[in-house]
Design a protein around this ligand. Structure first.
Ligand code: URA
Length: 238
C-alpha cells in the first residue's frame, strides 16, 4: 500500500504537491469513488482516475547524463537557466536522482521511477557516490582521517567516507582528490572539504555504485540497459 499522492507522482503524472491539490479538490477517484483524504493509500490493483481519465502505469525510464557545468539540476528554473531536463529531449516526465550543483559536472541519473530514486538517495542503502575534486592546498594526514571518520556539518556528522589523493601539485598548491561518500546532503563534498580548510575549485561525480560515465561526453546522455537497472535494484536492496 502506498500513498495515493506518491503513486501519482511516482507514475510521473504530476508533483506530489499537485497530486495533493487534485485529491483535495475532488479530482481523483479510486475504484470509481472520489477520495479527498490526502492520506488515502492504494494498491497496485486499484483503479485510479484523475480528472476523469485512468492513470496508467508508465513505462519506466532510466537515464545517465554527463552533466556539463552551468546547468541546473532541476526540472524547471524560475530564472530561465538551462536545466538538465533541457538536455534530454524526451516527452516523458523524468526527474533527477539527487542533485549536482550548477558548476559540478559528471554522472547524474534521471528517471520516472520514484522508488529507485528514493532507494539510491537514502543513506541507509549506502550507495557509493564517487567524486573527483580539485581542491586548493594539500590534505594533511589528519584532515584525511577526519574526512574519512566523519565530520560535523551543520550539527550532523557525515557518515564514513573514503579519501584517495590522486595528484598533488606543490607548485600550484592544489590537489586532485577522490572522495567516496554514501549520502547526498546539500553541497556535501564542498562542505566536507571546507570543514578541513580546503576550497573546492572543481568538482565532478565519476561514479554511482557500479555505474560509470564510460565514454559519455559532457552534455551527452544514454539509457541504462535492463541489466544495469536490475543490478542497481539489487545493490539498493542488499
Ligand atoms: N557535493 C557538492 O558539494 N556539490 C555537488 O554538486 C555534489 C556533491
Amino acid at each position: 500500500m502506498e500513498r495515493l499522492s506518491k503513486v501519482m507522482s511516482n507514475y510521473g503524472y504530476c508533483s506530489r504537491r499537485k497530486a495533493e491539490q487534485l485529491i483535495a479538490n475532488g479530482k481523483v477517484k479510486v475504484n470509481g469513488k472520489v477520495v479527498k483524504e490526502l492520506w488515502t493509500r492504494v494498491e497496485e490493483s486499484d483503479l485510479i482516475e484523475v480528472e476523469g481519465r485512468p492513470l496508467e502505469k508508465p513505462e519506466k525510464i532510466y537515464i545517465m547524463l554527463n552533466k556539463p557545468r552551468g546547468v541546473i539540476t532541476s526540472t524547471k528554473d524560475d530564472k530561465n537557466r538551462k536545466t538538465v531536463i533541457d538536455l534530454i529531449p524526451i516527452e516523458k516526465r523524468i526527474y533527477p536522482v539527487g542533485r549536482l550543483d550548477y558548476n559540478t559536472t559528471g554522472l547524474l541519473l534521471l528517471t520516472n521511477d520514484g522508488e529507485l530514486a528514493n532507494l539510491i538517495m537514502h543513506p541507509k542503502n549506502k550507495i557509493e557516490k564517487v567524486y573527483i575534486a580539485k581542491i586548493k592546498g594539500i590534505l594533511t594526514k589528519e584532515s584525511i582521517k577526519k574526512l574519512e571518520k566523519g565530520i560535523v556539518i551543520e550539527g550532523v556528522k557525515t557518515s564514513r567516507a573514503k579519501v584517495k589523493v590522486r595528484k598533488v601539485n606543490k607548485k600550484k598548491n592544489n590537489s586532485i582528490v577522490e572522495l567516496t561518500i554514501y549520502e547526498g546532503r546539500n553541497h556535501q563534498v564542498k562542505k566536507m572539504f571546507k570543514a578541513v580548510g580546503h576550497e573546492v575549485l572543481k568538482l565532478k561525480r565519476e561514479r554511482i555504485s557500479f555505474l560509470e560515465l564510460g565514454n559519455l561526453k559532457s552534455g551527452e546522455f544514454r539509457f541504462l540497459t535492463p541489466k544495469e537497472v536490475k543490478k542497481i535494484y539489487n545493490e539498493v536492496k542488499k
